[in-house]
Design a protein around this ligand. Sequence first.
Ligand SMILES: Nc1ncnc2c1ncn2[C@@H]1O[C@H](COP(=O)(O)OP(=O)(O)O)[C@@H](O)[C@H]1O
Ligand SMILES: [Mg+2]
Length: 218
Amino acid sequence: MGYFITFEGIEGCGKTTQIKLLAEHLRAAGRRVTQTREPGGCAIADQIRSILLDADNRAMLPHTELLLYAAARAQHVGEVVKPALDEGGVVVCDRFTDATIAYQSNGRGIDREIVDTLNTLACRGVRPDLTVLIDCEPVQGLERARRRIDTSSGPREERFELEALAFHQRVRDGYLALAAGEPHRFLIVDGSDTIERIATAIARQVVSRMEEQHHAVR
Ligand SMILES: Nc1ncnc2c1ncn2[C@@H]1O[C@H](COP(=O)(O)OP(=O)(O)O)[C@@H](O)[C@H]1O
Ligand SMILES: [Mg+2]
């Protein structure tokens, strides 16, 4: 039986950094790990990703954005996440359904029911077993994200980084509300801590929760 872990939090909170460290930790412990991300994670969804994150697409309407996320997720779940879980592997995914609620509903103001319906359509029953929320002040996260964009040579995936601070504050609050509503699924870590200490806290919690699930099944 597989185990599905998602990482959430605002831009620059440390998701990509921590997911890599967790995947390495789990692999060293002998687990089969699929590391993936949204939007994207497979060829078709990566093409949708480039439309979504392109800073030149300033004219994109909130509903267009929501539908593109749902389309990318449907492909990614069907092609990557579900098959890996069915084979009994651990899947760690950088952003998932909670991001769509926090950004498109709390951030953009789209009706929560519409977002939930599209998430359900795209996931077809696949749900995270554990969601790591790296909580972070928007000022700190955006400062880190800008530094990363300015120093990397890849495509400038910065459409969301260019949003106003108030938008990121709504996204952060949306994430915290989701975590408060499902305390058993969420693990909240303090993103202002050092990379090493956050990694240690996540690894310890993830291993203990995976063991818990294992015993619950047996
Ligand atoms: N806890 C931390 N303390 C200081 N810098 C960090 C921390 N976590 C990540 N960073 C740095 O901040 C930048 C953004 O981190 P990243 O993992 O890419 O964030 P995200 O994927 O959430 O946008 C990177 O340059 C990373 O090295
Ligand atoms: Mg990232």
